[in-house]
Design a protein around this ligand. Structure first.
Ligand SMILES: [Fe+2]
Ligand SMILES: [Fe+2]
Length: 475
């Protein structure tokens, strides 16, 4: 399964055999480049970046590393190979052969799923476009650019599906994906978290740890889809996504390490004293964590959702690791617990499992982020400090689902609006917190092997290169 790089659009879908589709995509390509120049990383056309490019979709050695100017990145269309005779593995159509074309009755639901996923990809590039100016090292600069070009490729992946399977509606949706803008008042991105600014590197690492991981869970459940082209597209996207979450987890880990080491070595207990040394205090890190975690939990949607039930029953969107779950994969009689606020208390409420699939996916996600936070806490523990980071209660600061409209503390207590407001500065990053974090990030660190004062160096370089490798060349 090698990729055809001779074509204008690299692909492993035999694009050359479908002239109409090829022409439609070649028509979209300049609009995409226009968007990249407008909204992609600032200065991206001037720098040579040590990037990996997919050259095959084989699990072994699919990537090649070399210096690339980002606009010359070989964005293309790569699907995981056909896996024999796949079936629909869940829902009312379980046991039917997987669909190779889009079934007419599911067209609008599928298009909506693909557009919603596709919209997040350019959104995050837009959110991050200015961060290159304040990078803490060449290593980190290279990593954010890698994430950006791969999010661009994920947009290509979704646009291919729209063009190939949804005719004229699909082509119109593909154009709209280049027209919406993150945070724009008139034409915003579809989902809330993708309209929030990513103003600094602490926010960027939190975003890649928490929000890219929402992407992983959404892609994983779409990788189970009975619509085979979607399943295969998402399976390949997941291999790229893993690196984004690595960037987030190690980025926060390195900031936590620096913070804990300075705090412990200087025996500091006042966050202002930590800040005075040009390091981010653990309290501020906790507040950023609370924010990014809670807005990301909202991305999973309402706790009880008839759309989620329909997507599952029809076979369009499965559960996380669907085929490994030991049950009937139909869920007609199963129940699942969700939570709601009743008379000022959070109470458990069993509902039909089919309607609780968003909540179930959210719970699967929470398990994984919990272990990430534990790994950060081990870094703190090594310095001897007694402080620990913690995930807030899942009802904290929620705008979607059963907790929306309620005031819930990080410990999970329902409180009044007044009490909430009084404590908000302890729980969520304030303007002053943002101003402080940004004051540390006013310029970029581009000397080989050097790292900003507020972050520890990583344990290893990229692709076995040394830490002082010239990951980005300024020309
Ligand atoms: Fe992505
Ligand atoms: Fe990502």
């Amino acid at each position: 399964m090698t990729i055809d790089y001779i074509d204008k659009i690299p692909n492993n879908v035999d694009l050359g055999r479908d002239r109409v589709l090829q022409r439609a995509l070649e028509h979209w390509q300049p609009a995409y480049m226009g968007w990249w120049y407008d909204m992609g990383p600032s200065e991206s056309h001037k720098l040579d970046v040590y990037l990996r490019t997919a050259i095959s979709v084989d699990p072994e050695g699919w990537a090649q590393f070399d210096y690339v100017k980002m606009p010359d990145y070989r964005w293309g269309i790569f699907l995981a190979p056909l896996a024999g005779e796949r079936q629909v593995n869940f829902g009312a159509n379980k046991g039917l052969p997987a669909w190779q074309e889009c079934p007419g009755e599911f067209r609008s639901a599928l298009r909506r799923i693909i557009v919603t996923q596709g919209d997040t990809e350019p959104a995050s590039v837009e959110q991050q476009r200015m961060l290159g100016f304040s990078c803490p090292s060449l290593y980190d600069l290279r990593n954010i650019f890698q994430v950006n070009v791969e999010e661009g490729r994920h947009l290509w992946a979704m646009v291919y599906l729209l063009h190939r399977y949804f005719g004229r509606d699909g082509r119109e949706e593909a154009e709209s994906l280049l027209e919406r803008r993150s945070g724009d008042a008139d034409n915003p991105r579809i989902l809330g978290a993708f309209n929030e600014p990513t103003p600094d590197w602490l926010a960027f690492f939190m975003f890649t740890f928490f929000t890219d991981r929402d992407g992983k869970y959404q892609l994983s459940s779409l990788a189970e889809s009975g619509f085979d082209p979607l399943a295969r597209t998402c399976r390949f996207m997941l291999t790229e996504e893993a690196h984004h979450m690595f960037v987030g987890e190690t980025g926060i880990g390195r900031i936590v390490q620096r913070s804990a080491e300075v705090t412990a070595a200087e025996k500091l207990d006042d966050p202002d004293h930590v800040r005075a040394l040009g390091v981010i205090d653990l309290q501020t890190i906790q507040r950023y964590l609370n924010f990014h975690y809670s807005v990301t939990l909202d991305l999973f949607g309402s706790d009880v959702s008839s759309n989620a039930a329909t997507y599952f029953t029809t076979g369009l969107k499965g559960r996380f690791e669907e085929t490994r779950i030991k049950d009937d994969h139909v869920l007609t009689d199963a129940v699942y617990p969700v939570f709601e606020v009743r008379n000022g208390e959070i109470v458990e409420q069993p509902v039909p499992a089919l309607t609780a699939l968003n909540e179930r996916l959210r719970d699967d996600y929470i398990k994984e982020v919990t272990s990430g936070v534990e790994r950060w806490n081990r870094i703190i523990a090594k310095t001897g400090l007694p402080v620990r980071l913690a995930l807030p209660h899942k009802g904290f600061h929620r705008a979607i689902g059963n907790f929306a409209g309620h005031h819930i503390t990080p410990e999970g207590r329902v409180v009044s609006a007044e009490e909430w407001q009084r404590h908000e500065p302890e729980w969520l990053p304030s303007g002053a917190d943002h101003a402080f974090v940004q004051s540390l990030m006013t310029g970029r660190v581009v000397e080989r092997g050097k790292f900003a004062n507020w972050i520890a160096p990583p344990r290893a370089g990229i692709n076995n290169q040394p830490l002082d490798y010239e990951y980005v060349r300024f020309n």
